[in-house]
Design a protein around this ligand. Structure first.
Ligand SMILES: [Fe+2]
Length: 109
């Protein structure tokens, strides 16, 4: 079902869709809003208040987070991953004042 925005049929908004027994709807709980693509990617507004995005997500522009960022995978930028940086830090040494080499840092966490 498409609603024409301000009477303009070329600027319609999809507000619903008919499903059949062959083409079944996503199993969203009552009160939740799901946008599900045929690729499997989705955006889901869950009853818990969580906004869940499944699939590759691209954000162009600055991302500001006021809370914590929890990452199950790795974090990377144009140089390396955070795991690479930690690995290099954990094993780095310096030349000491007598020309020797220090030991690796004592790990704090
Ligand atoms: Fe150092």
């Amino acid at each position: 079902m498409i609603l024409a925005q301000e009477g303009d049929a070329e600027q319609g908004v999809i507000v619903g869709r008919a499903f059949s027994l062959v083409d079944t709807p996503p199993a969203a709980a009552a009160g939740e809003l799901w946008l599900v693509h045929a690729s499997g990617s989705s955006v889901r507004l869950l009853n818990s208040g969580v906004i869940e995005m499944i699939g590759p997500v691209t954000i162009q522009g600055t991302v500001t987070v006021s809370g914590d960022v929890l990452v199950a995978g790795n974090v990377s930028d144009q140089h390396a991953t955070l795991a690479d940086l930690r690995s290099h830090y954990d094993t780095h040494m310096h030349v000491d004042s007598r020309g020797g080499v220090t030991s690796v840092p004592t790990q704090q966490d």
